[in-house]
Every structure is written in structure tokens, then in C-alpha cells.
Design a protein around this ligand. Structure first.
Ligand SMILES: [Zn+2]
Length: 281
């Protein structure tokens, strides 16, 4: 990183990493290895909360949106307990819980609504969905009870896109928004990892006001001008920076982001101001 980049970063009081994953210490290594295999990547970190805070702080990042995914309905309670516990240990964390469309099959009708209330009482700030790991089409009717409850209550962070799978294609989010126009969604990976033509064709999700995008696991796969075009077309006020930890390191991701050539004002919004506004900080 250049001296002027370092200087710029140190002028920001709080840098928010808006997309990170944490895993319980015991299973962290195994979980991270299996994600590495899924994406055919060498994972950079182990994926524990302790490591996230240490690595982030070394790169001047001080706040972290953390989440963990329940791959079955049966894991939902335990994952939400885990994320909220880590948030009580680390004041730097803003926790997003997990839900699964199969959850009501286990706990009965109405249990998603009850779990969302429990998540709020646990201090969780949103809901993370990773449809490619959870194996459901985001616009399938079985997922609608999640959106029904979330709308107006909690924002969603949804893993978006991957041209190898169909679960989280950008057009499916556009479908959801027709039924749930007040839903607040962070559409991860610039709105659709590796489905860039679809992202561009949909524009900023049809002008929907409550859709945000993040930069993680996206800007390294696109020419810089294309990332910049997507960010500006979406609107710089609704873009967050993130690392997808433990996928990538803070240092590298900051460097990559700053090298896009956005203005200082745009960088400041994406690294800090937009997140502060989002969380009313
Ligand atoms: Zn994620």
C-alpha cells in the first residue's frame, strides 16, 4: 500500500468490514477448508472471531458485520446463539443471524417469526442467507415466510450470484422485490458474483430504494472500470466495502478497493459513512 493510501485510511475514524464469516473455534478449520474447496480457493485465514479482530485491527479496520450460515433448519438456533455470544464478547461486531426455509418444518408454523423476535432480543442486526450453501432458490415460495417477517424488521445480507448455480441469480432477487418492496437487502458481491451481465442488465435492482451492494469477492474478478461502473450505477451511497473473511485478507482487500480509482469522497462513504448510516451510528 502507498503512503498516501495509508494516510487516507488513517484519516477515517472507523472502517467497517461489512461482510465477514466467523466459525466456532472447534469447527473453524474444517468449515473453512470446505468453503475453500467449494470455491476452489486457498483460504487466507482460519475463521475465528479472535483472528478476525486481530487481522482487521492490524489493517485499521475496527467494525465487522459478522455472520455464520445454518446449512439446515436444525442448525438455526445454535448459529444464532453463537453469533450473538461472539457479539457480546467483541463490541466491534454487528451480528447477522441465520435462517433457513426448512426451519418451520422443524419448529412448526410461525416459528420463523418467533426466531426473528428472538434474534432481535439477542441483539442481532440482520439475517444472512447463503442460498448456494443452503440449497434453495431465493424466490421459491418456501422462502417467502422469511421475507414476510424480515420486511420492516431486519435487513438481509444475501450471497448473490455464481454462474455455476441457479439459487441466487440476480433476477431472483428482482422477483422477491416485486412481492416485498420494503425489504432491505445487502446484495453481496456487487449484486451477483460472476453474473455480471445480469447485474448490469438489472441496473440498481430496478431502482429499488433499499438495496445495497458490497464489494467483496467481486472487484478482483472484474476490470477496474467495470467495478467502478457498477458501483456508480448502483449509487455510491448504497455500497459497502467488505473482505468476505476468511476468504481474503484485510490488507489486500483495502489495497484492491483503493486501487479502483474512486474519489476520496466515494471511498470514505463506502469504507465508513454508508455503514454508519445503515446502523444509525
Ligand atoms: Zn458471505
Amino acid at each position: 500500500m502507498t503512503d498516501s493510501q495509508q494516510e487516507f485510511l488513517s484519516s477515517i475514524d472507523e472502517i467497517y468490514d461489512m461482510h465477514t464469516h466467523i466459525f466456532p473455534g472447534k469447527i473453524a478449520e474444517k468449515a473453512v477448508a470446505s468453503i475453500g474447496k467449494f470455491y476452489d480457493l486457498t483460504m487466507h485465514e482460519k475463521g475465528t472471531a479472535e483472528e478476525l479482530v486481530a487481522r482487521g485491527k492490524a489493517a485499521r479496520v475496527s467494525k465487522f458485520l459478522v455472520c455464520s450460515t445454518a446449512t439446515t433448519g436444525a442448525q438455526v438456533n445454535a448459529i444464532n446463539d453463537f453469533v450473538s455470544k461472539e457479539c457480546s464478547i467483541y463490541p466491534e461486531f454487528l451480528g447477522f443471524g441465520s435462517l433457513h426455509p426448512d426451519y418451520e418444518k422443524i419448529d412448526g408454523p410461525g416459528s420463523i417469526a418467533k426466531e426473528v423476535d428472538r434474534m432481535i432480543s439477542l441483539g442481532l442486526r440482520g439475517i444472512k442467507l447463503h442460498p448456494d450453501f443452503q440449497h434453495f432458490d431465493i424466490d421459491a415460495p418456501e422462502a417467502y415466510s422469511i421475507y414476510e417477517v424480515a420486511e420492516g424488521k431486519l435487513p438481509l445480507l444475501i450471497h448473490m450470484g455464481d454462474n455455476r448455480y441457479d439459487y441466487s441469480k440476480p433476477f431472483r432477487l428482482a422477483n422477491i422485490l416485486k412481492t416485498f418492496p420494503k425489504l432491505t437487502v445487502i446484495a453481496a458481491h456487487l449484486g451477483g458474483y460472476s453474473c455480471w451481465d445480469e447485474v448490469k442488465a438489472l441496473g440498481n435492482y430496478l431502482g429499488h430504494p433499499n438495496i445495497y451492494i458490497d464489494t467483496c469477492s467481486a472487484i478482483q474478478f472484474l476490470p477496474k472500470e467495470e467495478s467502478v461502473n457498477i458501483i456508480r450505477a448502483h449509487g455510491v451511497d448504497k455500497v459497502f466495502w467488505g473482505t468476505d473473511f476468511p476468504m481474503w485478507s484485510h490488507e489486500t482487500e483495502l489495497e484492491r478497493f483503493l486501487s479502483l480509482g474512486l474519489t476520496e469522497e466515494e471511498n470514505r462513504k463506502i469504507l465508513s459513512d454508508n455503514a454508519k448510516k445503515f446502523f444509525n451510528k
